[in-house]
Design a protein around this ligand. Structure first.
Ligand SMILES: Nc1ncnc2c1ncn2[C@@H]1O[C@H](COP(=O)(O)OP(=O)(O)O)[C@@H](O)[C@H]1O
Ligand SMILES: [Mg+2]
Length: 156
């Protein structure tokens, strides 16, 4: 079950592969300077979706949960293509005033945010400020099953 238009859509994701495939479809629409904000509870599939985005962007892996580091840079395999910066703000949830740009700056990522696609887990309410063009994705778990519900919307 899926419904989508140019500005957003919804999908029922029965299996892990479906979530990877959705990430990959959304990843094809991304370009340098875009921000993807992934929200939803622990285990909802945010990192799995980020893996799909990485497949479409053709960046170096592996994409793992960056919970213990704030961000990881995944370089493009094709020269000139944007890198993917994978951020996990879980540890910053208790600091609502957190200065994400400042934090990213201090990491010395060696990649200009404008030249990359920034994918942020737990970024709701913070990461949108990074770019006018952002894709918000919400993932929900259906209890007692592997099914995930996805809703996404483009702001641009
Ligand atoms: N339909 C599905 N989509 C995504 N993940 C699923 C699905 N069904 C089961 N899973 C499992 O749920 C977990 C999702 O983990 P993860 O992507 O790390 O979540 P998050 O980053 O949101 O905390 C994985 O262990 C994955 O194998
Ligand atoms: Mg995660």
């Amino acid at each position: 079950m899926a419904e989508q238009g140019p500005d957003g859509g919804t999908a029922t994701l029965e299996r892990v592969e479906d979530t990877v495939a959705l990430g990959s479809r959304l990843g094809e629409q991304l370009r340098a300077g875009d921000v993807v904000v992934l929200c939803g509870p622990l285990g909802a599939g945010k990192t799995v979706l980020a893996k799909g985005i990485a497949v479409a962007m053709d960046v170096e892996g592996p994409i793992t949960s960056p919970s213990y580091v704030l961000a990881r840079v995944h370089r493009p395999r094709r020269p000139g293509a944007p890198a993917m910066i994978h951020v996990d703000l879980y540890r910053l949830l208790d600091s609502p005033g957190a200065d994400l740009l400042g934090e990213l700056d201090s990491l010395d990522l060696d990649t200009d945010l404008q030249d990359a696609v920034v994918v942020v887990e737990w970024g709701e309410g913070i990461a949108e400020r990074l770019s006018e063009r952002h894709l918000d994705v919400r993932l929900e778990r259906v209890s007692h099953s592997d099914v995930r519900l996805a809703t996404w919307r483009w702001a641009r």
